[in-house]
Ligand binder design. Structure first.
Ligand code: NAD
Length: 490
């Protein structure tokens, strides 16, 4: 990776019209890997116009033929998984195996989208009255765009893009300006697909590019994933322009541990959930609520499990946790830890002064655990997006559910228990879009829709699976009559 990233528009690599460049930095050593344009409205206009033109012919290609490109897309990702993972790790900081795992999730979405000839099927009613039939057809919306966050440079685009193009739309991908190299390489590899020019486009940049996407009349559908602040902005702005928008936001995911939970598996799963990807997953456990007897033993057990996590450069062997994305993130997270200690939380494990030999300029924070965190403490309600786990104690499951339901976020909530009744109550009463029962990450599997509730999501239809198909199609209802007499003439 060197130089300045280009946009991929209408089947060609072209320089951005924006004169401003941003550094793309390796979070493990602080070195500049490449530069990315800040983006411009002109770039977006070029992409939108070529995508719109491409869509007009692409929608005429039968779905059975469109998916042939997806079968090849899957093969390309699988064949090049190591190379893509290395780039992903260099620019995002996550470990090599975490990078590879997100490619698996991306591929699963391509596989589900390959079922589009079936997924596009709709309803048909014969004889709604004598001799008249009525049915629904699904047609593409035109041009779609995905605006992606930094933390899954591969996977998140695939929650939307394969479905959108399989449905007959053309598409624009806007990766995070912090990790633009991974998607750039994927697009280079996708040239082998020989998709018709303009069907798939890549536009780099930050806010200016996003605003141009929001304002362009030829981009009627937008899928966004990122922080709540930006998700709300994208949703509100897009909707006022008459677009359909699905905007997934931030999270603060609670995990409830009941006294009867299996200690060994629970503790390992919670540590993996909280500290995997250095806590930079929208489904990461960030609050553990110990109910009743669980408060006696689980805190120390979780600390012991966290202490085994090996932090370092994600490309090195046996590393389980990489750095956080930027120096600013590291400073912000360290500040939040200090503030919560000042406010009365107990520092059970402090990862702030971790040293990774040879990587002194990296943004490393080791696993950090805060005990006896009060819901009034700022860290309790703030999305940390780093390897920090807060522990809270309650007497009953009811109290735990009440606490969870007060949160502004609702991405996921998990419970560990051997009681079917407790699990059932939890899944029924908890206000969150994804529930885990003896699971630490209620992961987005491609064959189910995925999204949170409350401030973790703005919109209606979620990402992936049949929701993605519905989002990227519009329904047309046809009512028709064929007179018998006309038929008899033939
Ligand atoms: P972010 O909101 O800073 O950026 C996301 C995208 O929005 C990027 O492409 C960026 O260029 C663009 N952007 C940033 N600021 C903007 C602005 N002011 N106006 C217009 N566009 C803007 O998010 P991030 O830091 O890249 O990612 C981390 C966040 O994403 C966390 O909050 C995390 O919880 C969330 N996330 C949510 C999910 C989910 O499924 N709900 C999944 C992954 C990440």
């Amino acid at each position: 990776m060197t130089g300045v990233f280009k946009n991929y528009i209408n089947g060609e690599w072209i320089e951005s019209r924006s004169p401003s460049l941003l550094d793309v930095v390796n979070p493990a050593d602080g070195r500049i890997l490449a530069r990315v344009p800040e983006g411009s409205a002109e770039d977006v206009a070029l992409a939108a116009e070529s995508a719109h033109k491409a869509y007009l012919s692409w929608r005429e290609v039968p779905a059975t033929q469109r998916i042939q490109y997806l079968f090849r897309m899957k093969q390309i990702l699988e064949k090049n998984a190591d190379e893509i993972s290395e780039i992903c790790t260099r620019e995002s900081g996550k470990t090599f195996s975490e990078s590879k795992a997100e490619i698996v999730r991306a591929v699963e979405n391509i596989e589900v989208a390959c079922g589009i000839p079936k997924l596009l099927q709709s309803e048909f009613s014969e004889d709604i009255t004598k001799g008249i039939d009525e049915f629904v057809i699904r047609q593409p919306v035109g041009v779609g765009a995905c605006i992606a966050p930094f933390n899954f440079p591969v996977m998140i685009t695939f929650w939307f893009m394969p479905y959108a193009i399989a449905c007959g739309n053309a598409y624009i991908v806007k990766p995070s300006e912090k990790v633009p190299g991974t998607m750039t390489r994927i697009f280079e590899l996708f040239e082998e697909l020989k998709l018709p020019s303009g069907v798939l486009n890549l536009v780099h940049g930050g806010k200016e590019t996003v605003d141009a996407i929001l304002n362009h009349p030829e981009i009627p559908a937008i899928s966004f994933v990122g922080s709540t602040r930006v998700a709300k902005y994208i949703y509100q702005t897009g909707v006022t322009k008459g677009k359909r928008v699905q905007a997934q936001g931030g999270a603060k995911n609670p995990v409830v541990v009941m006294g009867d939970a299996d200690p060994e598996t629970t503790v390992k799963i919670i540590a993996d959930s909280a500290f995997g990807c250095a806590g930079q997953r929208c489904l990461a456990a960030s609050i553990v609520i110990l109910v009743g007897d669980a408060s006696k033993t689980f805190a120390q057990r979780i600390v012991a499990a966290a202490m085994t996590k090996k932090t370092g450069n994600g490309l090195a062997k046996d590393i389980e946790m990489g750095p956080v994305i930027t120096r600013e993130s590291k400073d912000r997270i360290n500040g939040l830890i200090q503030k919560s200690v000042d406010d009365g939380a107990k520092l059970l494990l402090d990862g702030r002064n971790i040293r990774v030999p040879g990587f002194e300029m990296g943004n490393f924070i080791g696993p950090t655990i805060l005990g006896e965190v009060s819901p009034e403490n700022e860290i309790y309600s703030t999305e940390v997006f780093g390897p920090v786990l807060c522990i809270v104690n309650t007497e009953t499951l009811d109290e735990a559910i009440t606490l969870i339901n007060k949160s502004r976020y609702g991405n996921s909530a998990c419970i560990f228990t051997r009681s079917g009744a407790a699990a059932r109550k939890f899944r029924h009463e908890t206000l969150a879009g994804n529930i885990g029962i003896n699971i630490g990450i209620a992961a987005p599997m491609a064959f189910f829709p995925f999204s949170g509730w409350k401030d973790s999501f703005f919109g209606d239809l979620h990402g992936q699976s049949n929701h993605a198909v519905e989002f990227y199609t519009q329904t047309k209802v046809v009512i028709e009559r064929w007179h018998d007499e006309w038929t008899r003439k033939f």
